[in-house]
Structure formats: structure tokens, C-alpha cells
Design a protein around this ligand. Structure first.
Ligand code: DX5
Ligand code: ZN
Length: 236
């Protein structure tokens, strides 16, 4: 197990907080409130407008996030192989690619395994593999030896205002069973549509990590929201 992945594991169960809905004009304060709330991971959604319809940020944004929080970078990017190093150099601690995004996804995961963690010299990058709601879990099986975190999307990435896909709860359970029979230490993460109303059920289903954005940065009490979501994962 690489040291960065060991750091992530030591924080679980927990939440990784997305910054897309934070106040981008005051991101330093937004990150500081996450630290005060005891959050250990900041989630950066990278969308290329090809794998999914939106375009968001790139390596410069990741590099510009000056924070002790672990940088959890979610690449919703078509054919990410030649883009991985840029995010590793920008300081990503977790890099998650989509199973659906590459013809040679096994090769992409192997390449991720060779990357140096620029923010933590001598450590590696934790390797994440994400599946959209319509992707069969069976496709995971031949890739498990190259993966540290399996992320189950509960929405189709790139469209706003979607409802949490209810089959995600069962997918978490089935993924944990698949991991148990593989004998590997792999975390399960749920991403998309996580709210105060469903996070307890998500934690109870066996998720180690949940990504949450708008449930924290709702314009009202972000620090209180972050504390609530973090506690909901830990108190199961
Ligand atoms: C899906 C992204 C998610 C999303 C989470 O497009 O991968 O990380 O931004 O945001 P909320 O929690 O607001 O659904
Ligand atoms: Zn995400």
C-alpha cells in the first residue's frame, strides 16, 4: 500500500468535499472552514466537455489550492492517459479516472501506479476508478489489483440537479463483497447527489468515503454542514 493511500485510509470513514459550489472568489476561506470542520479531503471535479458535457478546471487550479487537505482529483476526462502526470505534478494525492473514459483503462491505472506525488515526495498517488450508474460492476473485477479506491457515481456526471440513483446503495454492498473476495484493501466511495437526507443510509450501506459538494456549500452554514456530513459518516 503506498503511503498516500494509507493516509486516505486513516481518515475513513469520512467525506471528501467538492469545491465546485464553493465561493471561488474566496476559496482560501472556504478551504480554511473545511479544515476547522475537521475535513481531511478536498474533491476537485475535472471535466473536459468531451467525456461529459461540462468543462471545469485543470492542473493549474489543483496546484493553486494551497491547503493541507488531501487533494482528491476526479478526472471526468476522455482518454486521460497523457494527462495524468500534469495532475500528479500539480499535487494530486488521489487521482480517479472513469472506467468508461479509456479504451485501455488497465494501462491508465498501471501508469497511475508509477506517478510521484509532487506534494509528498517519495509517496505515490492513491488510484481511484469511478463507475457511472449504468456501468456493470462486473467490469471492475479484472482491474481490482490496480485500484485503491472504487468510486460509484450516483448521478451521471456533468448534468446538474440530478437525483441520487437509489440502486447505488446495493452497488456499494455488492462492490464491498467483490473487494472482500479479492482480499485487497480497497475503499468504496460514493459521489454525486449526496445530501443530509441520504448520507446516513450511504454510510450504513458500507461506503468508506462520500463526496459532497452542494450539501456543504449551500450558501448558509458551510462549516456546520461539513461537520454534519463528516459526523454522519463516522457515527455509523
Ligand atoms: C459529479 C461530480 C460530483 C459532484 C458532487 O458531476 O463528480 O463530485 O460535483 O456535487 P454534489 O454533492 O453537489 O452533487
Ligand atoms: Zn466528483
Amino acid at each position: 500500500m503506498n503511503q498516500t493511500f494509507a493516509r486516505v485510509r486513516s481518515l475513513c470513514p469520512t467525506v471528501s468535499v467538492g469545491t465546485l459550489t464553493a465561493d471561488l472568489m474566496d476559496l482560501g476561506s472556504e478551504l480554511a472552514l473545511l479544515e476547522r470542520a475537521g475535513i481531511g479531503l478536498v474533491h476537485v471535479d475535472v471535466m473536459d466537455g468531451c467525456f461529459c458535457p461540462q468543462m471545469t478546471v485543470g492542473p493549474a487550479y489543483v496546484k493553486g489550492l494551497r491547503t493541507p487537505l488531501l487533494k482528491d482529483v476526479h478526472l471526468m476526462v476522455r482518454e486521460p492517459l497523457d494527462k495524468l502526470e500534469g495532475y500528479a505534478k500539480a499535487g494530486a494525492d488521489i487521482l480517479t479516472v472513469h472506467l468508461e473514459s479509456a479504451v485501455h483503462i488497465h494501462r491508465v491505472l498501471q501508469r497511475m501506479g508509477t506517478l510521484e506525488n509532487a506534494g509528498r515526495p517519495g509517496e505515490g498517488i492513491a488510484r481511484g476508478l469511478a463507475l457511472n450508474p449504468g456501468t456493470p460492476l462486473e467490469w471492475l473485477e479484472p482491474l481490482l489489483e490496480e485500484v485503491d479506491i472504487v468510486t460509484l457515481l450516483a448521478i451521471d456526471p456533468g448534468w446538474g440537479g440530478q437525483k441520487f440513483a437509489p440502486q447505488t446503495f446495493d452497488r456499494v454492498k455488492r462492490t464491498q463483497e467483490m473487494i472482500a473476495s479479492s482480499g485487497r484493501q480497497i475503499l468504496v466511495c460514493v459521489d454525486g447527489g449526496v445530501t443530509k437526507d441520504n448520507i446516513v443510509q450511504i454510510a450504513a450501506s458500507g461506503a468508506d468515503l462520500a463526496v459532497t459538494g452542494s450539501a456543504v456549500f449551500d450558501g448558509k452554514d458551510a462549516e456546520g454542514n461539513a461537520r454534519f456530513m463528516h459526523a454522519a459518516m463516522r457515527d455509523v
